[in-house]
Design a protein around this ligand. Structure first.
Ligand code: NAD
Ligand code: DAU
Length: 338
């Protein structure tokens, strides 16, 4: 059985679907706290699937996690669960320490005790943001020193260091993946692409931070999930794998592309105060995972973004339900007076 944490969030739910599709004989235990970002609707089509079991709970709850390891034969952990949004980490960093740092350490400890006699595999889903920011040239390799800018990325870097420590000290077979910005179906509409799609669809202003020339390296979530599966099955314990789309775009270009696709005016663009500590540019050197595991991204950006825009049009009920709840209060706190 594979323990997937955070399997009701954006990337986690896409990964659970991939596993159930591609590895139907491998049961999945999905541990998710169902925070504002976790949504069981993302997994509705798995209702009645005996190979998918959902447990609602906190990865930082040591008794709960130890109980899961005691009751189930967990041969691998794929750890997605985290507070994932940089802007929220500026509004309240404490939750990021709890879920991302303490939560990861609790899982590592439970895995260490359960796999004491050998075996097991622990895949830590980290991020390119642990490396900090790039200038106009170059890209992050796995040897780039950690230099996180935000409370979010600091919490992910701390979690990565705990992973390294458990590997070095106790030989726990931990593998770390660091991926660039994902887009695709089921992404919570606080992140750039779904935020802009839903606001443009409703004819609302599109808040672009600073000059809009910050660059991200976009990858389709399906390509990320296939990379994680390759690492789970063939990655070397103790190793870090960078995963990137090789697709760098300034934010403004993404926003303009969405406006064109939805036939909306560029007058909706509203330049707002920059994000404090905003990383200027990310770019990933993914040559290690390409060379060693034979992975490469398959979804061309133009195709992926067009499909994603269509997906949000077809799933308007899903995101309208989200933006009618807690989200409204968050949006007001994050953007009002900016
Ligand atoms: P998300 O915010 O959409 O989902 C996070 C999930 O984790 C939610 O289902 C939430 O309920 C759950 N969760 C949060 N805290 C928890 C806790 N204490 N216990 C149990 N469950 C908890 O996030 P995402 O965008 O899908 O990101 C998933 C992982 O991938 C994160 O670790 C993130 O750091 C990493 N990552 C994300 C991106 C990206 O572009 N979104 C890129 C690289 C890496
Ligand atoms: O790089 C990987 C990371 O990508 C992940 O580790 C994080 O979990 C994920 O949230 C994402 O972080 P970013 O901060 O890069 O993503 P976000 O969608 O918040 O912002 C993308 C870019 O768009 C960034 O330069 C900030 C800008 N932005 C974002 C929002 C929400 C805007 O200009 N306006 C906005 O309203």
């Amino acid at each position: 059985m594979i323990l997937v944490t955070g399997g009701c969030g954006f990337i986690g739910s896409n990964f659970v679907h991939l596993l159930r599709r591609e590895r139907p004989d491998e049961p999945v235990l999905n541990l998710d706290r169902l925070t504002y970002a976790g949504n069981l609707e993302n997994l509705l089509d798995l209702e009645g699937d005996a190979g998918h079991r959902f447990v609602r709970g906190d990865v930082a709850d040591a008794d709960l996690v130890a109980g899961l390891f005691a009751r189930h034969e967990i041969r691998a952990v794929v750890h997605f669960a985290a507070e994932s949004h940089v802007d929220r980490s500026l509004l309240g960093p404490g939750a990021f320490v709890h879920s991302n740092v303490a939560g990861t350490q609790v899982l590592l400890e439970a895995a260490r005790r359960a796999w004491d006699g050998g075996g097991g595999r622990f895949v830590m889903i980290s991020t390119d943001e642990v490396y900090g920011s790039l200038g106009p040239a170059g890209s992050f390799t796995e040897d780039t020193p950690l230099d996180p800018s935000s409370p979010y990325s600091a919490s992910k870097a701390a979690a990565d260091l705990f992973c390294g420590a458990y590997h070095r000290t106790w030989g726990l077979p931990v593998i770390i993946t660091r991926c660039s910005n994902n887009y695709g179906p089921w992404q919570f509409p606080e992140k750039l692409i779904p935020l802009m799609i839903q606001r443009a669809s409703r004819g609302e202003s599109l808040p672009v931070y600073g000059d809009g020339l910050h660059v991200r390296d976009w990858i389709h979530v399906e390509d990320h999930c296939r990379a994680v599966l390759a690492v789970l099955e063939s990655g070397a314990p103790g190793r870090v794998y960078n995963i990137g789309g090789g697709n760098e775009r300034p934010n403004l270009e993404i926003v303009r592309l969405i406006l064109r696709a939805l036939d909306r005016s560029e007058e909706l663009i509203a330049f707002v105060a920059d994000r404090p500590g905003h990383d200027r540019r990310y770019a990933m050197d993914s040559s290690r995972i390409r060379r060693e595991l034979g992975w490469e991204p398959c979804v061309p950006f133009e195709q992926g973004i067009a499909e994603t825009i269509r997906w949000y049009a077809d799933h308007r009920d899903w995101w309208e339900r989200i933006i009618s709840g807690e989200y409204r209060e968050y949006y007001a706190r994050q953007y009002e007076g900016r």
